[in-house]
Design a protein around this ligand. Sequence first.
Ligand code: DX5
Ligand code: ZN
Length: 216
Amino acid sequence: MQQIAPSILSADFAHLSEEVQRINLSEADLLHVDVMDGVFVPNLSFGFPVMEALHRYSTKPLDVHLMIVHPEKYVERFCDAGAWSVGFHLEAVDDPTEALQLIRNKGVRTCLTINPDIDVHRLDAWLDQVDMVLLMSVFAGFGGQSFIDNTLDKIRYVRAEITRRHLSTLIEVDGGVNIQNASAIYAAGADILVAGNAVFHASDPLEAIRQIKYAH
Ligand code: DX5
Ligand code: ZN
């Protein structure tokens, strides 16, 4: 089933509770939570207080995307703050084993992410170790960028690997997703599409969510 995870990064932070309540009323499957540290990416977003506030207001499971160095230092706190899944970047660590184990020990779903310049084959060894992989279709750091088209080939590759190895790992795609390109991204093999600007900057966000989720 095609799923959508609106990214709260594109919401109006002065009216966060209304924005979250709007998503609660929508057909969104997850709420995507982008955490940036100003080191791994050249931008800052928010941390635990906002995460906890989102958890209080959101009826949608929180899909946490950490764009930070040393994720092993923080993943447990995000689990405790109410994450449904916690993902971090493979290229942010020497070895993801420790951080993945910390997340798993909390009973939370694990996700590994790669930026567009990271060889997709680096995920091969981890596909059977995680609940999801998140393929970035823009460089992590900012909402509102354009979808990088060669991501479709990477999605097809990972989908073929998952099928060949009889895995149930989910494929999430993040960056530049919109109503126009959603159907091609699902067709390439994605399970979950993240969408920030295409939802929160739409004149009718609930309709944008529907059109992306049911794109065909
Ligand atoms: C980028 C974030 C994305 C971003 C998506 O660093 O990981 O989740 O918010 O925003 P759009 O859909 O506007 O590209
Ligand atoms: Zn994200």
